[in-house]
Design a protein around this ligand. Structure first.
Ligand SMILES: [Zn+2]
Ligand SMILES: [Zn+2]
Length: 436
């Protein structure tokens, strides 16, 4: 597959809209992740919101962006910034975001590049484009407005992960807000997003039609399972995403089970260091700092071996797609006292998904049967259905655009309820511009 090949150009309309605001999802309109949305007005004010890549197998890329001077990046997950180096190398686009998103971006891009080489999938940008992208950042404090042409922009906390932002824009056509990935519930790392008055709300609908289990009950279920495994003399392998989930889980274990011997491995260690260097982005910086001092950091082969005899190992990859989690699984799999505790969504085609469906997983080049007990816990930091509906009402949004969503299952029940509540609902399809 060749993407963004020479000679091919964007099919986005060249002229600005005659009136109103025009949006065009190059990706992430009727799918989860892979977000890229152009927003423009008749006076040629224009921005791109996010430019991600969905880390599925094979990955999904947004359509090619036309020339764009300014992109706002909501947060540092790869499905929101994975393709940004291409923008910067192609158009010298400025990337706007919070200081923590900018700090973490470099690591995310290097990891994305590395995975693309290992998996052999195409990437439209090269390793050297990362340097240009790093130099393209313009960082903004929360709640501090800045201007791009006639538009006044502002970032507010989105919950989700530290540094994640919602974008507010004041335009001649009214107030617009993009939630990015957001959650109104507090997590160990972040405080929840607060609604704000807006005319148009672009809202992520990942959890449309689904509600999360009660948070405290889910935590209790997780903690009880950890206790069961460790009391029986086993080690709990806890695969966790690097950016947000690893730190949330370590903080939780520190708070609830301080007597345990916990080891942490993978890219989440470096991300925690960056989070700690921006304490203003954290709900409880002291909490993360003491949890991080308490957990044993794995940094060598001998540390890895020691971790095999500990109570819990928290490590990437969260979907058991390579990384240290596979190394540990391979060594823990023969002792039935050990267990696997999944802490996140397992995409179809991922190692974790295969393990759940078929008790088998690819370790190096072999498909291996795994007889260890396996449990899955829901620690999502996306708003659930009821939170989305409530947030939308409190924003007094006249028009609502539901994106970052599964268009078959998740969006219809959400659209239905929002329409019942009096909102004018838009359901974008990638590549088809809409007018607001
Ligand atoms: Zn996302
Ligand atoms: Zn995210």
């Amino acid at each position: 597959m060749v993407i963004y090949s020479p000679g091919r150009t964007s099919n986005h309309p060249e002229e600005p809209p005659a009136d109103g605001l025009r949006y065009n999802f190059l990706g992430g309109g009727n799918e989860v992740g892979n977000v890229a949305c152009l927003l423009e007005d008749p006076s040629n004010n224009k921005i791109l919101l996010d430019y991600g890549l969905a880390p599925t197998n094979p990955p999904k890329y947004p359509a090619e962006s036309p020339m764009i001077k300014n992109a706002v990046i909501t947060h540092s997950h790869i499905d929101h910034l994975g393709m940004a180096p291409w923008l910067c190398s192609q158009y010298r686009t400025k990337l706007h975001g919070t200081v923590l998103t900018a700090a973490i971006s470099e690591m995310m891009w290097h990891d994305c590049y590395k995975v693309s080489k290992i998996e052999g999938y195409p990437l439209a940008w090269d390793k050297r484009d990362i340097d240009g992208a790093i130099e393209s950042w313009v960082t903004h404090d929360f709640s501090t407005p800045w201007e791009i042409d006639d538009w006044k922009l502002k970032l507010e906390k989105a919950g989700h992960i530290p540094g994640a932002a919602m974008l507010h824009i004041e335009t001649d056509n009214g107030k617009v807000m993009f939630t990015g990935d957001f959650d109104t519930r507090d997590s160990m790392l972040t405080t929840g997003a607060k609604p704000q008055d807006t005319d148009v709300l672009f809202i992520e609908g990942t959890y449309g039609g689904r509600n999360h289990p009660d948070k405290e009950k889910e935590i209790q279920r997780f903690i009880s399972r950890v206790v069961e495994v460790t009391d029986a003399g086993g080690t709990a392998l806890i695969p966790a995403f690097a950016n947000g989930r690893t730190q949330d889980v370590v903080m939780l274990l520190h708070q609830r089970l301080p007597e345990l011997d916990i080891h942490v491995d993978g890219m989440g260690k470096r991300i925690a260091k960056l989070q700690l260097s921006h304490p203003e982005m954290l709900r409880d910086p002291q909490g993360l700092e003491s949890a991080w001092r308490w957990a044993k950091q794995v940094s060598s082969k001998s540390d890895k071996k020691k971790a095999l005899n500990s109570d819990c190992i928290v490590t990437t990859s969260g979907m058991l797609e390579g990384g240290p989690s596979i190394w540990y699984l391979n060594r823990l799999r023969d002792d039935p006292k050990n267990a696997i505790l999944l802490t996140g969504y397992q995409a179809s085609g991922s190692g974790g998904r295969e393990l759940l469906d078929d008790s088998r997983i690819k370790i190096w080049n072999d498909k291996v049967k795994i007889d260890l007990p396996i449990d899955q816990f829901s620690f999502s930091t996306h708003a659930g259905h009821d939170e989305i509906v409530d947030f939308t009402s409190k924003c007094n949004a006249e028009k609502v655009v539901i994106y970052h969503t599964d268009a078959q299952q998740a969006r219809p029940p959400l659209a239905e309820e929002l329409e019942r509540n009096g909102h004018e609902v838009h359901m974008p399809i990638n590549g088809i511009p809409g007018i607001l």
